[in-house]
Ligand binder design. Structure first.
Ligand SMILES: *[C@@H]1O[C@H](CO)[C@@H](O)[C@H](O)[C@H]1NC(C)=O
Ligand SMILES: *[C@@H]1O[C@H](CO)[C@@H](O)[C@H](O)[C@H]1NC(C)=O
Ligand SMILES: *[C@@H]1O[C@H](CO)[C@@H](O)[C@H](O)[C@H]1NC(C)=O
Ligand SMILES: *[C@@H]1O[C@H](CO)[C@@H](O)[C@H](O)[C@H]1NC(C)=O
Length: 263
């Protein structure tokens, strides 16, 4: 696998015409509902309900959990993860909202995903655990763009590469960095995070794919957020990190729940 370097592409970027964007400065909110089933499939409905319930129960003292419920092709696999710097309280509130949105908007979906600023909730009748699937990505560039784009993009490249390097290799799969390369006169705060079901190579792959998309859609923008099925990335010149006082201990608990008929 080729290592995608944002910095390398920045040098190419300087030779290219600068693309302009007018995307809104909005916080992350995205919903996907797929695999409609009929109202009569009670087994699937029960398995979805139980998978989500066991995930929600874990927000009490975890910011990540996977769960599954059911037998054979009716099995439902679920995952939730909150942003690495979110407290249990924030995480729990975010997942409660995500659960509400999925229940109201996707009542007959065998596959649903919802992303908010601070959390990601997903279930599927396909066992997606450990898959670095980057087929679905969305980006939110802020409206503000850099005046000195060369200096900014150089510093941004540093931040994105450093955040990626920091996330890969950690159990919690989250990296937070501030630019230190001295090419831009403001701070750039960056956070990269993979879902914790991925191993290091899966996390690295997901973030490299994210960097490729961000290179296209975020360059020159003073803030930008990306979501995908396997990782997220955010940076801004505003301090987007949550108060360290509210941070959880960095213990990675990959709790494979067995509330269902599996195991
Ligand atoms: C799924 O079902 C809902 C409600 O019946 C419908 O609005 C929606 O278009 C369906 N989606 C697909 C992909 O069939
Ligand atoms: C979460 O709480 C449950 C029930 O109180 C306990 O069994 C479990 O060990 C706790 N997990 C962590 C990671 O603290
Ligand atoms: C959840 O929704 C409530 C009501 O809309 C809102 O006040 C709260 O901020 C939301 N929580 C999160 C973490 O987004
Ligand atoms: C949106 O803009 C405001 C101020 O202009 C800033 O504080 C905030 O961080 C921005 N949010 C994003 C996601 O860019």
């Amino acid at each position: 696998m080729e290592y995608f370097s944002f910095k390398l592409f920045i040098s190419v970027l300087l030779l290219l015409p600068i693309a302009s964007f007018s995307a809104p400065n909005s916080s992350i909110s995205q919903l996907v509902c797929n695999k409609n089933f009929t109202n009569n499939n009670n087994i699937l409905k029960i398995n979805i309900k139980n998978t989500i319930s066991s995930l929600v129960a874990n927000t009490y003292n975890n910011t990540y959990a996977i769960s599954s419920y059911g037998i054979g092709y009716n099995t439902i696999y679920g995952l939730f993860q909150c942003r690495g710097d979110a407290s249990y309280e924030l995480c729990s509130s975010c997942i409660t909202n995500a659960t509400h949105q999925i229940r109201t908007s996707c009542p007959y979906s065998a596959e649903s995903r919802v992303w908010y600023e601070f959390c990601f909730l997903r279930y599927d009748n396909y066992k997606f655990f450990g898959q670095a699937d980057s087929s679905y990505t969305r980006v939110w560039p802020s409206e503000l763009t850099a005046q000195n784009s060369e200096a900014f993009n150089s510093a941004l490249g540093w931040v994105l590469d450093a955040a990626t390097g920091s996330a890969v290799g950690k159990d919690v799969k989250v990296g937070k960095v501030i630019n230190e390369d001295g090419t831009f006169d403001k701070n750039i705060y960056g956070i990269a995070q993979c879902t914790r079901d991925l191993d290091d190579s899966g996390c690295s792959y997901c973030l490299q794919k994210a960097l490729e998309v961000m290179f296209m859609d975020c360059k020159n923008h003073l803030g930008c957020s990306l979501i995908s099925n396997c990782c997220m990335f955010s940076y801004d010149i505003y301090d987007l990190f949550l108060d360290p006082e509210s941070q959880n201990p960095g213990t990675a608990v990959s709790s494979m729940l067995s509330n269902g008929y599996l195991h």
